[in-house]
Design a protein around this ligand. Structure first.
Ligand SMILES: [Zn+2]
Length: 84
C-alpha cells in the first residue's frame, strides 16, 4: 500500500498523517480541508455519487419538494386545482 496522501499525492510522514476510511493515508491538513469542502448530507457524501445516483437523488428531492408544496397549499385552500 502506498503511503502517499490520497488528496495531494505527496508522501505522508509518520504522525502527521491520518487514515481516511476506504481511501488510505492522508495529511491531517489535507483531510481537514477535504472535510470542510465536501458536500455531505447527514452521512451521505453527495460528491461520491455517480451520475445516475445523483440524478435519482435530484428527482427524489424535487418530488419531495413538490409534495410538500402540495400539502402546504392543500392546508391553506383544500380542493384547489393544481396549477403546474
Ligand atoms: Zn496531502
Amino acid at each position: 500500500m502506498s503511503l502517499n496522501c490520497v488528496f495531494c499525492n505527496k508522501l505522508v510522514f509518520g504522525t502527521t498523517g491520518v487514515t481516511v476510511p476506504n481511501q488510505g493515508p492522508a495529511h491531517q491538513y489535507c483531510y481537514q480541508a477535504h472535510v470542510a469542502l465536501k458536500r455531505t448530507f447527514q452521512s451521505l457524501d453527495i460528491s461520491a455519487l455517480n451520475e445516475s445516483e445523483f440524478n435519482d437523488l435530484k428527482d427524489l428531492v424535487l418530488s419531495e419538494a413538490n409534495e410538500r408544496e402540495r400539502k402546504r397549499r392543500g392546508a391553506s385552500d383544500a380542493g384547489d386545482i393544481e396549477l403546474f
